[in-house]
Each structure stands twice: as structure tokens, then as C-alpha cells.
Design a protein around this ligand. Structure first.
Ligand code: GFB
Length: 317
């Protein structure tokens, strides 16, 4: 099979590139935004997207590409993130239907779930129950619209579009931008620089919110397992293990991995906490993959930190 993977140069895309040798019967083509090669496509540009897919035929798609970021990017970027992601997702879906790509993986996020759900943990059928947290409603609604479209195409065009819902992803190849990144890369990068410059170790918010974390190489395996498992069609599946941590624990763990004294950490309570809790339910995933071994958080952080230190000169910021 020929598989098109959008967002091929991003954190999950790079992790899929690393496991492609396990799938020798298939051809993976990784799209990117900025390498200026024949697979560089501006996915917000409908004409570019349709002309690319007219020239290159595929059987399956893994749609990872998105205008994405952590809490603080979302807080200031809701309008542009909605607009960019709606264009990206609509262009990709239109190309899939027009050029007969009938099976694919479309990635959502646990942050698109309701901010004040009727119950915790939240299950797949609760995505549209009520509004998402205000901090990232632009991104959340764009992903919810993609989810609705996938289900519509599955119903009316007989497609097998599967929507996967990871919790907060982290790992090698992440974006370490000091302001726009997610918690773990943002903290690693800032703590590393603070340590180098003998500056105070600042973490944001109260440390009280709860987060579930998913090691991106694990998610890469999940994506490929589900894509090639033809018994799974048109479903929405939350992907996570049973761990959930307070932000304070995550920050302290990162500090200890970096040999930073946790007592040195100062909390900037003027910075937003974002959503306090977005716990989702992994029962469906565990039914489908009862033996899947997730990387424990402490191990994932160690691997991510070592990757960061070994790739300091070419990290994405
Ligand atoms: O990963 P993060 O930025 O996004 O985590 P969300 C934010 C939480 O970590 C907040 C605290 O409680 C922050 O106060 N925090 C502490 C920090 N120090 C830092 C830091 O240095 N950087 C960052 N970024 N946070 C995102 C959504 O929400 O979840 C996105 O906004 C995305 O759309 C992602 O889907 C999965 O988990 O709050």
C-alpha cells in the first residue's frame, strides 16, 4: 500500500519514520511544510493540496499535520489556529474523497473534549457534549469539525476514516519553542537555559491541574497498528495509558531528571493553569489492544531529555 503521512516532519511524524522499516510491504510518503522538496505542501492552500494529490496516488492517509501548540500559544492564537486547521483539515478530506483515499487515521486531541463534562473520565461519545475549555476553543472546534466530517464521509461515502484521540503528547522531535510549546518541551528548554545562565527555575501556573501524558513513539506504534488492522473501521478511539499526574509532579520529575533541586522551582501564579482536568477513558483502547505496553512516564521523560541533550543544535523552536 502507498501511505501519505501529513506532518511528516513533526514529533509523531518523525517517530513514524523511525518505525517504517517494520512495515516493509508498504510505501510511506511523508509530507512536510518547509523542506522545499517535492513533498513540501502548504496544506492551508486548497489548490496546492489538490494538485499534489492529483499527481501522487495513495491508498491510505495518516493525517497528523496541524497548527498546534501548548496552552500559551492557544490562549493568544485561537482565531488563526481555528482558521489554519479548518483549511488544512478540509483540504485533506476533500483530496481524500476526490482521489479515492478511503482509509485513514485522523488525529484529534483530548483537549477538544468538554471543559465541564457530565462525568469523568470522558468517553469517545462525549466529544461534542458541551463547549471545550476557552483557552483552546479555536483548535478544539477545528478538530471537532474534522471529527464530524470524518463521520459524515464514513456514513455517506463508505470511507474508513478512523479518529484517534491522544492525550498530551511528548517525546523526541517535539517543538521546544519557549512560549508556544507544550509543558514538557517548554520546561526542558527553559530549565536547561536557566541552569546554563544561573537563572531562577520558573514554572507556570499553580501546578494543580491534572494531565495524562502519552509518549509519542508509543502513539506512532498505535497509529500503524490501527491503520493496518482492517477489522477497525470508522471508529473514534482514545489512546492513553492509566497514568495521570499533577503538573507539580511532572515539573518536579523533570527537575530531578535534570539534576535540579525541586526546592529551587518557583511558580509564576500570574500565568494561566488552563484546563484543570481533562481525564479521558481508555477502556475502548484496552479492549482492542489488551497487551499494548505503553512506555511509563519516568522512562519517557528520561528518553526525551537524553534526546534533547543529544540534539541541542537542531531542535525545533
Ligand atoms: O502542555 P500544555 O501547554 O497544554 O500544559 P494544555 C499547560 C499546563 O502546564 C498548564 C502548566 O497548567 C500550565 O500552567 N505549565 C507549567 C506550563 N509550566 C509550563 C511551561 O513552561 N509551559 C507550558 N506550556 N505549560 C493543550 C492545548 O492544553 O493541550 C492544546 O492548549 C493541545 O490545544 C494540548 O491540544 C494537548 O494541556 O494545558
Amino acid at each position: 500500500m502507498r501511505i501519505c503521512c501529513t506532518g511528516g516532519n513533526g514529533m509523531v511524524g518523525k517517530s513514524i519514520q523511525n518505525i517504517v522499516p517494520n512495515y516493509r510491504d508498504h510505501d510511506f510518503i511523508f509530507l512536510n511544510r518547509s523542506l522545499n522538496d517535492e513533498n513540501s505542501v502548504d496544506l492551508t492552500n486548497r489548490v496546492d493540496v489538490l494538485s499534489y494529490f492529483e499527481k501522487h496516488s495513495f491508498d491510505y492517509i495518516i493525517h497528523l499535520a496541524a497548527d498546534v501548540g501548548g496552552l500559551f500559544k492557544n490562549l493568544t492564537g485561537n482565531t488563526s489556529m481555528f482558521s489554519n486547521n479548518i483549511k488544512i483539515n478540509e483540504n485533506i478530506l476533500e483530496a481524500c474523497v476526490k482521489y479515492n483515499i478511503t482509509r485513514g487515521i485522523f488525529v484529534l486531541s483530548s483537549c477538544i473534549f468538554p471543559h465541564e463534562p457530565s462525568k469523568f473520565p470522558m468517553t469517545e461519545d462525549m466529544i461534542h457534549e458541551s463547549p471545550p475549555h476557552h483557552s483552546n476553543e479555536g483548535y478544539a472546534y477545528s478538530k471537532r469539525m474534522m471529527h464530524m466530517q470524518c463521520q459524515q464521509y464514513n456514513k455517506t461515502m463508505n470511507t474508513e476514516f478512523i479518529c484517534l484521540v491522544p492525550v498530551n503528547l511528548y517525546g523526541p522531535y517535539d517543538n521546544f519553542h519557549p512560549e508556544n510549546s507544550h509543558l514538557i518541551p517548554g520546561l526542558l528548554h527553559r530549565f536547561y537555559n536557566n541552569k546554563q545562565n544561573n537563572e531562577a527555575m520558573i514554572a507556570y501556573g499553580s501546578g494543580k491541574p491534572l494531565r495524562q501524558m502519552l509518549f509519542s513513539p508509543d502513539f506512532a506504534h498505535v497509529i500503524c497498528e490501527i491503520l493496518f488492522n482492517k477489522s477497525i473501521i470508522g471508529r473514534t478511539i482514545i489512546c492513553c495509558n492509566d497514568e495521570e499526574f499533577k503538573i507539580k509532579y511532572i515539573v518536579s520529575h523533570i527537575a530531578s531528571v535534570m539534576n535540579i533541586n525541586c526546592n529551587e522551582i518557583q511558580w509564576d501564579s500570574t500565568m494561566s493553569d488552563g484546563c484543570m482536568k481533562k481525564t479521558v477513558d481508555n477502556s475502548l483502547f484496552k479492549t482492542l489492544f489488551p497487551n499494548f505496553m505503553f512506555t511509563p512516564f519516568y522512562a519517557g521523560i528520561q528518553i526525551t531529555y537524553e534526546w534533547y541533550i543529544n540534539n541541542l543544535n537542531n531542535i525545533r523552536v
